[in-house]
Design a protein around this ligand. Structure first.
Ligand SMILES: [Zn+2]
Length: 535
């Protein structure tokens, strides 16, 4: 739709503000618009049902009004009956949505779908159509957003506000056809204020923004909450394409598909994505932890893998030694071992960094064993250039050199894991609270309640650089609020006879929040390793 003009008017006419009467406006449309309003039994599109549909269809063939009551098959709550005047008695015996679905879809198909708070009406219709087994898809325009876009300085854009501001003439209120007709009146009013070109530009940008990549179902993002969490894009054969995190999931995912696609990556993603999945995490730290964990586990095509499994390195300043010792995480526990400095992704980068520090601080590279001394007491290369204070030649006492080396390395000190064992760290946003289970700077997963924590402790904990980098700057908060879980771990260790997996009741793996054609597929075995457990 965004490529189709909404109006077919001569350039001059489209650029001149003037009041077109209803018939002239309708005739100028290049394709019909349906102004739609629904009455329902409540606000939940999955649980509640439609009780009334009102449609004003406007197009080159004229203006047609259509409405019907619908038997929702469930009771209407009294306060809704009060609000709309639609009672159980009125809808009893009216056609069911299922019986209307085919003709209604035909009526709406291919037209610009306009509604106030369109997400509500469109979401309800999509759900009802799906239940009826009818495919329905439309380009959607929300008049709240249109009003906001055209009148950005105005605070209120509800239907009552529009009625007051534009002196619309309601033929009733909270009934479907009457409310749909108010939207058509609003549409006419804005054309009295703005040129057709300006309205068209606003409409196109709003409809475009709402559009999703072709490979995604129209409703794929309907349920995404705007809370903190991690999202996953999958492509053909359910291949992981990309993993990202945000404290506003909904906004962030939407931004990927905003339609501009300036970035090549965004364009490739939009073309390839077939399914979107998300996990709420209770906050930013959880989102960072889970994102890093999932990227390592699933290795999505478009995430840059920063670290391969080549091992990590750190310098150890052992007491009494004048040169640091290079340690690998293969044989040293970086989360517990004292006096470590790093972390480096390779031996070469560890040595390069130490050499760089030596230069900056006029340390002796021969004494640091980065350079072979010709013989004992002979000046190192830097000493000959007066860039070493002389630990090699005895001009600087080794103890003083060691002290300066320690000072130079201080900024790289690895904080030892500040707890005796595993801890649970609670994080909460508006929607949800999670306990992140952490041990030895490793992330074991997140659970909704502490009772579920033991199931995650069966996995071995290990120093993880991403987790360390996420948590170390938050160490003060972690120390203040994390709950130690040692007793659980000790209990596990004291019962070696029982296989660890059976040490406690294992909660069901998370029902993964997911969209798209594979909604009901069995969980990917890789994902079952993720240890992200929902209540
Ligand atoms: Zn030297």
């Amino acid at each position: 739709m965004p490529d189709l003009p909404i109006y077919q008017l001569p350039h001059q006419a489209a650029n001149t503000p003037r009041h077109l009467d209803a018939q002239a406006l309708a005739a100028a449309l290049s394709r019909p618009i349906v102004f739609v309003d629904l009455e329902t039994t409540g606000a939940d599109a999955t649980r509640d049902r439609i009780t009334e549909i009102g449609v004003v269809e406007v197009g080159p063939d004229g203006i047609v009004e259509w409405d019907t009551l619908v038997d929702p098959g469930i009771g209407i709550p009294p306060f809704i009956q009060q609000l709309t005047g639609i009672t159980d008695d009125m809808v009893c015996g009216q056609p069911s949505f299922e019986s209307l679905a085919e003709t209604l879809a035909e009526r709406l198909q291919g037209k610009l779908f306009v509604a106030h708070n369109a997400r509500f009406d469109y979401g309800f219709l999509k759900n009802e159509f799906r239940r009826a087994g009818v495919t329905f898809r439309a380009d959607v325009l929300c008049t709240v957003r249109l009003s906001r876009s055209l009148f950005p300085s105005v605070a209120r854009h509800g239907l009552d506000a529009l009625i007051a501001r534009f002196e619309l003439q309601p033929k009733g209120r909270h009934r479907a056809l009457a409310d749909a007709e108010l939207l058509w009146q609003f549409w006419q009013k804005i054309h009295g204020l703005y040129t057709v070109n300006l309205v068209e530009a606003a409409v196109r940008s709003l409809v475009k923004r709402a559009s999703l990549p072709a490979g995604l179902e129209e409703t794929a993002l309907d349920d995404v909450p705007d809370t903190a969490g991690v999202y996953l894009f999958y492509g053909d054969q359910d291949m992981p394409l990309y993993i990202g995190k945000s404290i506003h999931l909904r906004q962030r995912i939407g931004a990927h598909f905003s339609g501009d696609h300036r970035a090549a990556l965004e364009m490739r993603l939009a073309r390839a994505v077939r399914r979107v999945e998300w996990r709420e995490t209770g906050g930013e730290a959880g989102a960072l932890l889970l994102e890093a964990h999932l990227i390592k586990t699933l290795q999505p095509l478009h995430n840059q893998m920063l670290r391969q499994n080549a091992g990590l390195f750190a310098w150890e300043l052992a007491p009494g030694l004048s040169a640091p010792i290079l340690r690998s995480d293969r044989d040293t526990d970086f989360s517990r071992h004292p006096n470590l400095y790093g972390v480096f992704p390779s031996r070469a980068s560890a040595e390069a960094r130490l050499a760089e520090l030596a230069q900056t601080h006029q340390l002796c590279q021969a004494t640091l064993a980065l350079e072979k001394a010709a013989r004992r007491g002979s000046p190192c290369f830097a000493r000959q250039l007066h860039r070493c204070l002389g630990a090699c030649t005895g001009d600087e006492p080794l103890a003083a050199h060691r002290e300066r080396m320690a000072a130079a390395l201080a900024g790289l000190a690895i904080q030892p894991w500040p707890f005796a064992g595993a801890v649970a760290w609670r994080e909460q946003d508006d929607a949800k609270a999670w306990w992140h289970i952490l041990e030895d700077w490793g992330y074991l997963g997140s659970v909704a309640t502490l009772e579920d924590a033991p199931s995650l402790l069966v996995a071995p904990a290990r120093f993880d650089l991403d987790t360390y980098q996420i948590l170390a700057p938050r160490a003060a908060g972690l120390l203040a609020s994390a709950v130690p879980l040692e007793s659980v771990r000790q209990f596990e260790l004291r019962s070696p006879a029982a296989p660890r997996q059976e040490a406690g009741p294992r909660p069901e793996p998370a029902p993964v929040t997911t969209t798209g054609p594979r909604r009901n597929r069995p969980p990917n075995p890789d994902q079952q390793l993720l240890s992200f457990i929902e209540p």
